[in-house]
Design a protein. Structure first.
Length: 78
């Protein structure tokens, strides 16, 4: 979060927009690239992707779910 609209405008972002709301307030929105890489499981971006042992394609949130709930083999009827 930025301290002022001017601080955001000074970033010179590729995707930004300024809108005037009904009560004459200004709303400035800017978009930048997220830090890190995309998790293969949830598609969120995280700096932890690629750093977790045994699951290099997962973020820390998915890593904790996968390691706490390992895949259970279910018997298959033939």
């Amino acid at each position: 979060m930025l301290s002022s609209m001017e601080a955001g405008e000074s970033l010179n972002l590729s995707y930004a927009s300024l809108s005037i709301l009904e009560n004459d307030d200004k709303l400035w929105v800017g978009v930048t690239r997220a830090d890190g890489s995309k998790c293969d499981r949830c598609w969120n971006y995280s700096p932890a992707v690629g750093t977790l042992e045994g699951h290099p394609c997962l973020c820390e949130r998915c890593y904790s779910v996968v390691t706490l709930n390992p895949v259970q083999k279910t018997p298959v009827a033939v």
